[in-house]
Ligand binder design. Structure first.
Ligand code: HEC
Ligand code: HEC
Length: 260
């Protein structure tokens, strides 16, 4: 009997040890986790306001590090969850693939330069992220993904004409301003703390109504679907056409009442 008890105890201890070591992330993945949430990227991104300097954004501002399709938290992030990144094999609609894929942290290397460093899109080198940091981010993505392939989506990179056409279509739709305000709160406040206050993005509603409200609403539409210099685009599976039309109804209401 004693023998059996110590045998069982041994089994429990071994099981506990296995659970414990699995619950612990590797040092590399832990570094990746810290980088993911840190706008200074462990201090390697310099402070400042011009090209090549920190914007104040972190990866976590635009991507969930959990499966936000299965377990939504209500926040609307411009990018998809990074759960499943290691399974994808290519990023940015096929622009980043093969050996570059891991070296560019599964596409995160583009975001690192563009959104965290303010490097203009055409000048971005997605493999310029330090190798050690790319490896750490990938180790983190692997740790949080396991077998989960994450959200399935296709990225269509819009050219200027396609952005303009999308904006015109959206601006012609009607929407619900009340719902638009809620969507604004869930999606935009990371960078526009309110429509009347500047943050990482500019103030959107000034102290008086613009002379041409239709033109201003069209500018909103094109920016949301197409993105800007630093502003990210919102893909249709993240903000539907109707979602954007609702935000535009809210924008129109606020622009008309600006300063009142
Ligand atoms: C300002 C918002 C923003 C920030 C900050 C940002 N990203 Fe992104 N990221 C996007 C958008 C938008 C896309 C394109 C849509 C998508 O793929 O989710 C994207 C794409 C990606 C992809 C490729 C997904 C694919 O298959 O195309 C990865 C991986 C990624 N980002 C990781 C990161 C990492 C790591 C960081 C931090 C260094 C980061 N992102 C910072 C918005 C952002
Ligand atoms: C990651 C930061 C970020 C997020 C999130 C963001 N914006 Fe922006 N936005 C900016 C920046 C920076 C600019 C300045 C111009 C540029 O980068 O293109 C801008 C510009 C704009 C403009 C143009 C202002 C003008 O006067 O022409 C509009 C409109 C706008 N944003 C609306 C939105 C809406 C609506 C959302 C949410 C759906 C949103 N933004 C989310 C950063 C952001």
């Amino acid at each position: 009997m004693r023998k059996f008890v110590s045998f069982a105890l041994c089994g429990v201890l071994i099981a506990a040890f296995i659970l414990f070591t699995h619950a612990q992330m590797s040092d590399k993945a832990q570094l990746g986790r810290e980088l993911f949430h840190d706008p200074t990227f462990k201090g390697t991104i310099k402070p400042g306001k011009t090209k090549g300097y920190a914007t104040g954004l972190s990866c976590a501002n635009c991507h969930a590090d959990f499966d936000d399709t299965a377990n939504p938290d209500g926040v609307i992030r411009a990018g998809h969850s990074v759960v499943g990144v290691p399974h994808r094999g290519e990023a940015k609609g096929g622009m980043i693939k093969a050996a570059d894929f891991a070296r560019a942290a599964g596409g995160g290397g583009f975001c690192y330069q563009h959104f965290l460093h303010r490097i203009p899109g055409p000048e971005v080198d997605p493999t310029a992220i330090p190798e050690e940091h790319a490896e750490a981010l990938m180790a983190y993505f692997e740790a949080i993904s396991g077998d989960n392939k994450g959200p399935q989506f296709e990225i269509a990179m819009l050219d200027d004409d396609a952005k303009k056409a999308a904006g015109e279509k959206l601006a012609a739709m009607s929407g619900d301003a009340e719902n638009g305000w809620q969507l604004f709160g869930r999606a935009c406040v990371v960078c526009h703390p309110s429509p009347y206050k500047a943050g990482i993005g500019p103030r959107l509603v000034g102290t008086r109504a613009p002379r041409n409200i239709d033109a201003a609403v069209l500018r909103w539409a094109t920016k949301i679907r197409g993105g800007g210099t630093l502003m990210p685009f919102y893909a249709p599976d993240i903000l539907s056409d109707q979602d954007i039309a609702d935000i535009l109804a809210f924008a129109r209401q606020e622009l008309e009442n600006a300063g009142k």
